[in-house]
Ligand binder design. Structure first.
Ligand code: CU
Length: 221
């Protein structure tokens, strides 16, 4: 019985993964050499029935495991909340060079950097683009990692910044601070997140528009 079941499983594996490949098809053809068409058809039907049986046997064996996993993961309400938050989390931006536009209006509101929150790797460069006029990009004192180099872009000009120190950076557009035109960069691990969050609470009091923008940005990391 055991051997028969094993061979059924093997047949199922061949059926599932190799059935449509030319090599397997050729194999079947070679095996059937010398038999007439009718016999071949009968054999194929038998084979198909056996494989179907084996397939459903395998499926039955797998199904309970799948169900148990789903139950454990998806019954609690908090999991659903976590999942919806997770969908807003920013993933690592691909490549070593990235573009952040300075805009009068974007998907996230007016006077805004886009993307306003970006995650990059150590050594990557961000090109801040003066897409619209009257903006700049300047790091905020006390909201960059210890030992990291600050930057201060000139109004209406692009500026490229290479990030060699790991951590979270918050920067602003000087003329639009009160409208919360700020942006966040995470380089590698967010090693200084606690300090940045604390500083952001005080800093946020100067916003007269988009007051929750910065704290919301930080939750995306
Ligand atoms: Cu601005």
């Amino acid at each position: 019985m055991k051997i028969a079941f094993k061979s059924l499983l093997l047949s199922a594996v061949v059926f599932l993964f190799g059935c449509s490949s030319d090599a397997v098809n050729l194999g079947f053809k070679r095996d059937l050499t010398g038999f007439n068409d009718a016999l071949a058809e009968v054999e194929n039907k038998k084979q198909a029935a056996l494989l179907a049986e084996a397939h459903s046997a395998v499926a039955e064996r797998i199904a309970p495991v799948g169900k148990v996993t789903m139950k454990g993961d998806l019954t609690s309400e908090s999991t659903a909340v976590e999942m919806s938050n997770a969908s807003q989390k920013v993933g690592l931006s691909e490549g070593s060079e990235h573009i952040v536009k300075m805009l009068n209006a974007g998907d996230g509101g007016t006077m805004i950097f886009e993307p306003a929150v970006i995650k990059i790797s150590k050594g990557d460069t961000i090109h801040f683009k003066a897409t619209d006029l009257s903006h700049n990009s300047a790091s905020i004192e006390g909201m960059i990692p210890e030992g990291a180099a600050p930057w201060a872009g000139v109004m209406n000009q692009d500026i490229s910044v290479t990030f060699d120190t790991e951590g979270v950076y918050v920067y602003q557009c000087d003329p639009h601070v009160i409208m919360a035109m700020v942006g966040v960069v995470q380089v590698g691990e967010a090693v200084n997140m606690a300090a940045v969050k604390e500083a952001a609470e005080k800093y946020g009091t100067r916003f007269v528009m988009n007051n929750d923008r910065l704290s919301e940005y930080l939750t995306r990391l």
